[in-house]
Design a protein around this ligand. Structure first.
Ligand code: MN
Length: 706
């Protein structure tokens, strides 16, 4: 294990602004924090953070990042907290460690069924600083280097897959090719070691046979460039087994074809020389068609630059050549990390930082996928930044727009889950369904069979899917209910002519449809239910005067239509008299409004009460669920705290107080006007009884008409 002094020496070699005390302190802090812990391989845990810091040092990163490398597992695994780190090492380091810890927590939540793409985005959405990603990638690299010591085979495979799908692509997008290659190869070793061994064996054979030829070609290239007064450094390029495997998979060429090719990198002093060298190669040897790529004038999306070409070189052997300058080479190896400059201070140049707003670029690159023509499409980037990512209880990651609620979440998992949703837990806590979600939360939807979407949800859902699913459900339900209510109302009207709904003959219905030009009988029933057609008018059309058999004295008196809970969407309760379940009621058919329910004694019905085509006798079904407002008037002797006493009596009985108003009548009497919601008449009676038992209450009664 690297000692503290060695680590400091290594950082100092590229960063003279380092404060050795801080780094030493972090080293000691980590040592102490992980003192009793062991890694899977049985070695002291501290080996891991030190190795991570070392990797970050290889990338020549600033000391805040190296410090974070040392401390990255302390918040998650030891007694240390965000605040301790902040006190000891300052906010910058504390935020970085916190960021790395968050990603690790997400990893633990996300099981196999998360989409890798979503997980990559989650990581980006939550890493506010690119250095968090760099530490995370170094962490993963060391964990993969030691993956063979993990005893649980399934865990090995899971980690290898995660690396292949999430961290290697991230390293790739950040231009860190060397780390990407290593991550991929280490995962490959776990996921398909047989294939890897096969390729490796073949590569070793080639290497043995070709060592001399490699030297010869290298020598020949070097001479050629020198003759042309170019100062070049020539490096042989070793391919990883995985990169060959991927090419074999992708291009359907044989292993022989690919692994036979020798690769060279040629480093030159400046861009001009790069193109000169290219010209020299192309004029001396034939280039292989379709292999030339100029990534200097048009860099790859991760900002990689080089000239790529393949030639039939000496002895007609195919040779791959990459030509680049030293800074390009540095970038190709270390990627985004190569942008840290230590010219005048520890702080990386904020201008450089802005110029390479890497996090922003990464977001763009990843969201864009394989779609180069949309590179500059800003709207997409915005869309992505305005997302939240939440987990299902099983660890799947669900992508939602910003401000999404648990209802949106439920519908994006499945429409049925949305429709039957009744409550939710966010990170284990019961949370209102209208709460806005945040990235990384675990959402558990509580659902019940037979539950229904609440029209109120439309006020806060943000996804189109939730919105349209709720509307669709309500519309269907309203349709079914209006047909059903229409049927009952028509049945009532028909009773006055001595017949019934289910005694109607086809010929009667046919005639009705002809006379009303309605498309279907169901449509007519729906229109009755919605109040757009008067049931008696329809009955008149169905039963011609000659066929009517009016029961003696029974006209419009019997067979009230039963009103039940599910009619809630169609029925309206009159605001003048506030009927509640249990009250004697009458329905008033109002065109365009449907059936409005009044108290039987409501004064507003005086005029229409005896017009059977306008009024319907109704009755409540035995159980009607809902909350119904009721207006009460209380005459009271003012005493200390009488309002509070009255209010608590009512709420103890489970009534909700909607409004309360007190007027002083004289010195001895106050009038309290209160609107409460109740379930039914029995409930109301109990509330009144309890209120009357208060000594200050002289009189309490229900207001039935305004
Ligand atoms: Mn770690």
């Amino acid at each position: 294990m690297l000692k503290s002094e060695e680590l400091i020496k290594k950082v100092k070699s590229y960063n003279k602004f380092l404060n050795p005390e801080t780094l030493n302190k972090a080293y000691e802090f980590a040592l102490k924090a992980h003192k009793t812990q062991k890694r899977d391989e049985g070695i002291p845990y501290i080996i891991h953070p030190v190795a991570v810091a070392n990797i970050l040092t290889d990338l020549k990163l600033d000391s805040a990042t190296i410090t974070t490398g040392l401390l990255h597992d302390t918040i998650e695994d030891t007694y240390a907290t965000y605040n301790t780190i902040k006190e000891e090492f300052g906010q910058e380091v504390a935020d970085l460690v916190d960021g790395v810890t968050k990603i690790s927590e997400f990893e633990n939540q996300a099981v196999q069924n998360s989409k890798a793409e979503n997980f990559r985005k989650l990581i980006l959405a939550t890493s506010k600083d690119i250095r968090v990603l760099l530490v995370k990638i170094a962490d993963r690299l060391h964990n993969m280097r030691t993956i063979k010591f993990v005893k649980d085979k399934n865990k090995q495979i899971r980690k290898a897959k995660e690396t292949m799908e999430i961290y290697a692509p991230l390293a790739d997008r950040m231009g860190m090719n060397r780390i990407r290659d290593e991550l991929e190869d280490l995962s490959f070793q776990i996921l398909n070691n047989d294939a890897r061994e096969l390729i490796k064996k073949r590569l070793d054979e080639i290497k043995e046979n070709r060592t001399s030829s490699f030297k010869n070609i290298s020598y020949e290239f070097s001479n050629l460039l020198n003759q042309n007064e170019l100062n070049a450094q020539i490096i042989g390029r070793e391919k990883t087994p995985f990169s060959i495997w991927r090419k074999v998979q992708k291009k359907r060429v044989s292993l022989e074809q690919i692994s036979d090719i020798i690769g060279f990198r040629i480093i030159l002093d400046n861009i001009e020389d790069c193109y000169k060298a290219l010209g020299i190669f192309h004029s001396k040897w034939n280039c292989i068609p379709g292999k030339f790529k100029d990534y200097i004038s048009s860099p790859k999306i991760n900002k990689y630059q080089s000239l790529h070409t393949s030639i039939f070189g000496p002895n007609k052997r195919p040779i791959e050549i990459q030509i680049r300058t030293m800074p390009m080479h540095e970038f190709a190896e270390r990627g985004v990390a190569s942008h840290w400059k230590y010219k005048s201070s520890e702080k990386f140049n904020s201008l450089t930082w802005k110029e390479y707003d890497w996090l922003k670029d990464l977001v763009e690159i990843i969201d864009r996928n394989e779609n180069p023509e949309h590179y500059f499409e800003y709207t997409k980037l915005q869309m992505f930044q305005e997302n939240v990512f939440c987990f299902t209880p099983k660890g799947s990651l669900i992508k939602l727009p910003k401000d999404a609620t648990p209802i949106d979440f439920a519908y994006s998992v499945h429409t049925d889950l949305g429709n039957s949703c009744i409550a939710c837990r966010v990170d284990g806590e019961l949370t209102p369904l209208s709460e806005q979600l945040e990235s990384g939360q675990k959402i558990e939807i509580v659902s019940t069979e037979g539950a229904q979407p609440n029209p109120n949800w439309l006020n806060f859902v943000v996804t189109a899917k939730a919105r349209s699913a709720i509307r669709h459900f309500l519309k269907n339900q309203q349709h079914d209910e209006s047909v059903d209510l229409g049927k009952r109302l028509l049945d009532r009207a028909l009773a006055n002519y001595g017949t019934k709904y289910n005694q109607l003959r086809k010929s009667q219905i046919k005639r009705l449809l002809k006379e009303t030009s309605a498309p279907t009988f169901e449509y007519v029933l729906q229109q009755i239910g919605l109040g757009n057609r008067v049931p008696f008018a329809v009955a008149n059309l169905l039963v011609p005067p000659s066929k009517r058999n009016i029961p003696e004295g029974k006209r419009n008196s019997s067979l009230p239509v039963v009103i039940d809970a599910s009619d809630g969407l169609l029925l309206q309760y009159a605001r003048c008299c506030h009927p509640i379940p249990g009250d004697p009621i009458l329905g008033h058919v109002t065109p365009g409004k449907g059936l409005v329910i009044h108290l039987e004694s409501c004064r507003n019905l005086k005029e229409v009460r005896f017009h059977p085509e306008k009024c319907m006798p109704l009755t409540w079904s035995r159980v009607v669920h809902g909350e119904f407002p009721v207006e009460l008037k209380v005459e009271i002797t003012p005493e200390r705290g009488f309002i509070a006493a009255l209010a608590s009596r009512m709420t103890e009985e489970d009534a909700t107080i909607e409004t309360i108003n007190v007027t002083e009548k004289d010195a001895f009497t106050s009038i309290v006007d209160v609107v409460i919601t109740v379930r039914d008449r029995i409930h109301l009676a109990e509330i009144l009884r309890r209120a009357r038992s208060l000594t200050s209450v002289r009189r309490i009664y229900r207001v039935r008409n305004k």
